[in-house]
Design a protein around this ligand. Structure first.
Ligand SMILES: [Zn+2]
Length: 247
């Protein structure tokens, strides 16, 4: 049995976390192979087997949410199916992994080295500009007593500035609301850099630059490694990004 392909962040070394790839699952066709969503048309038994593999490889309980491109943070006391509507999960229970589902949207993992509390954030363009990553930071501060300057963050695989073409209007919003280095507004081929935008928003929330790692892996460019909602015109699987609390 193949192990699930999981990418790690250097900054989070020693903490149970990861970003899954397409590799190591049993799904076929557009969901090949480690699809972790049961709402994208894949066979339920295969999705269950993929989750079993991830659980076996990590030994974690996954706390998941029903994502709606918002900024609500769900506080998880145990592993749970995606029922609660939210776009981020926080927990301080050891062995419980805050988990979000992505395929182009940017996952952001946060860890507080002092309390062991963690958060996982789903940040597409709406969540990014709406401040989802900062909402994750705020939850760790308010609920778990974290200091923003202590937090570690990893910005995982998502659609990169190479491929994320948007309308001129949206690029202008990012330029004006997040910063000039996050967008190139043009009539044709305007781009937004969601990685950079989330980095700037985390720094504005109080994280030092050296506490933020961007993996810089584009889901749209790397077809063999990642699902991409945009590249695959919506017919594709989902990855997850997760990080477990520690005592
Ligand atoms: Zn790309």
């Amino acid at each position: 049995m193949a192990d699930p392909g999981i990418l790690l962040a250097r900054l989070l070394a020693g903490r149970p976390h990861g970003f899954t790839t397409r590799e190591g699952g049993v799904s076929r066709g557009p969901w090949k192979s480690l699809n972790l969503s049961s709402t994208v048309g894949d066979d339920d038994d295969r999705v269950r087997e993929n989750w079993e593999r991830l659980r076996a490889a990590t030994g974690l309980s996954f706390a998941r949410v029903r994502q709606v491109h918002g900024c609500r943070v769900f506080e998880a006391a145990a592993g749970t199916d995606p029922v609660e509507e939210a776009d981020a999960v926080s927990t301080a229970v050891p062995g419980v992994a805050a988990c979000v589902s992505v395929a182009d949207c940017v996952p952001v993992l946060l860890a507080d080295p002092r309390s062991g509390a963690v958060a996982a954030v789903h940040a597409g363009w709406r969540g990014t500009i709406g401040g989802a990553a900062a909402a994750g930071v705020r939850t760790l501060v308010e609920r778990h007593g974290a200091r923003p300057g202590d937090l570690l963050a990893a910005i995982g695989p998502g659609i990169g500035p190479c491929c994320f073409e948007v309308s001129r209007e949206l690029a202008e919003r990012f330029r004006d609301e997040v910063g000039p280095t996050t967008a190139t507004p043009r009539d044709h081929g305007a781009r937004v850099d969601l990685w950079r935008a989330n980095e700037l928003l985390l720094r504005a929330a109080g994280l030092p630059r050296r506490h933020i790692e961007t993996l810089s892996r584009c889901t749209s460019c790397e077809e063999r490694t990642f699902f991409s909602h945009r590249r695959d015109s919506g017919r594709t699987g989902r990855h997850v990004a997760f990080i477990s609390a520690v005592s």
